[in-house]
Write a protein that binds this ligand. Structure first.
Ligand SMILES: NC(=O)C1=CN([C@@H]2O[C@H](COP(=O)(O)OP(=O)(O)OC[C@H]3O[C@@H](n4cnc5c(N)ncnc54)[C@H](OP(=O)(O)O)[C@@H]3O)[C@@H](O)[C@H]2O)C=CC1
Ligand SMILES: O=C(O)C1=N[C@H](C(=O)O)C[C@H](O)C1
Length: 282
């Protein structure tokens, strides 16, 4: 049995995580090294001083009372679970990561929009505790990261490559972490450096398109959960590879799978590709 804690239980993803963990509790799930494992949700935290402290976590999440009272984010609360899941915001996540390091707890991190310096802090923490960090924990997107590499190898020398993403109006970062991961994956497959070839917006007299660039387009609106398309556009044909998330539970289920996979792992920074067994896919 792996005990799970959730930071930021009041967020959109926090509530999805509490709901999925509550549903999966006690059931046999795919875990580490192909063995079945069970999880138990033993802690869920909200900001220090929040009026939600003491409220039932399941009731807040909208899945019905689960008997778990929300606690405040603090070192004392972190002791209550073996693996912590964090889908909050970069600064909050880093403060929570410091608590996990102090308590020597494993962590699953889904936060996007990290600066290079913030990502370096995650890397440093992974020398002390095991961490899975991934900008997207759905099976489909992690498969897409492979499919775009095949497409890029076949079409990338002549087709124009564009990555289009759409998310809800509340999203804070752009382009999405997933869009950047798709760009990185494609660039790697065709020997380009994303830092040098990415174009993040166009306006005015831009001139003709440089085929060597990888373009990004961002849409924000309403309650779109998360759509991503990699477009390979040549003269006479175009290929589009699209993933659409229709529920946040797909990300939450991926996070639970990562949490079970992390149990008993050595300190290190692991990817969702490793969790899903896709790392060696050609
Ligand atoms: N990897 C993946 O598969 C996915 C990743 N994400 C990423 O997860 C993150 C969260 O997304 P979402 O749930 O929509 O965001 P929300 O804004 O709904 O939730 C953010 C959470 O972080 C907490 N928080 C924010 N700032 C602070 C702070 N300074 N101190 C303490 N707590 C803080 C909020 O607390 P409070 O409620 O008190 O404000 C809230 O619980 C984003 O980076 C998003 O890109 C999202 C979906 C999938
Ligand atoms: O903020 C979101 O909602 C999402 N963020 C992730 C990202 O930035 O890629 C993943 C998912 O698309 C939802």
């Amino acid at each position: 049995m792996t005990s799970i804690g959730i930071f930021g239980a009041n967020g959109r993803m926090g509530r999805a995580l509490v709901t999925v963990a509550t549903e999966l509790q006690g059931r046999e799930l795919q875990g580490n090294e192909k063995s079945a494992q069970k999880l138990q949700l033993t802690a869920a935290t909200v900001r220090a001083g929040s009026s939600l402290i003491g409220v039932d976590a399941g009731e807040l999440a909208g899945c019905g009372k689960n008997g778990l009272k929300l606690t405040e984010t603090a070192l004392s609360s972190v002791q209550a679970a073996e693996v912590w899941i964090d889908f909050t915001m970069p600064e909050a996540m880093l403060a929570q990561l410091a608590l996990a390091v102090a308590a020597k707890k494993a962590m699953v991190i889904g936060v996007t929009g990290l600066s290079d310096a913030q990502y370096a802090q995650v890397q440093a923490a992974s020398k002390i505790i095991p961490i899975v960090w991934a900008p997207n924990m759905s099976v489909g997107v992690n498969l897409l990261l492979h499919l775009v590499q095949t497409a890029a190898r076949v079409m990338g020398q002549s087709a124009d490559i564009e990555i289009i993403e759409a998310h809800h109006r509340f999203k804070k970062d752009a382009p999405s972490g997933t869009a950047l991961a798709i760009g990185t994956s494609i660039a790697k497959a065709i020997g380009r450096d994303l830092n040098e070839c990415a174009v993040y917006g166009r306006e005015g007299i831009t001139g003709e398109r440089d085929q060597q660039t990888i373009g990004f387009a961002t849409v924000r609106g309403g309650d779109i959960i998360g759509d991503h398309t990699a477009l390979f556009a040549d003269l006479g044909e175009r290929l589009e590879i699209t993933h659409k998330a229709s529920s946040r539970s797909t990300f939450a289920q991926g996070a639970m799978r990562a949490a079970l996979w992390l149990q008993n792992k050595q300190p290190g920074l692991y990817s969702m590709q490793q969790v899903l067994g896709l790392a060696d896919l050609a």
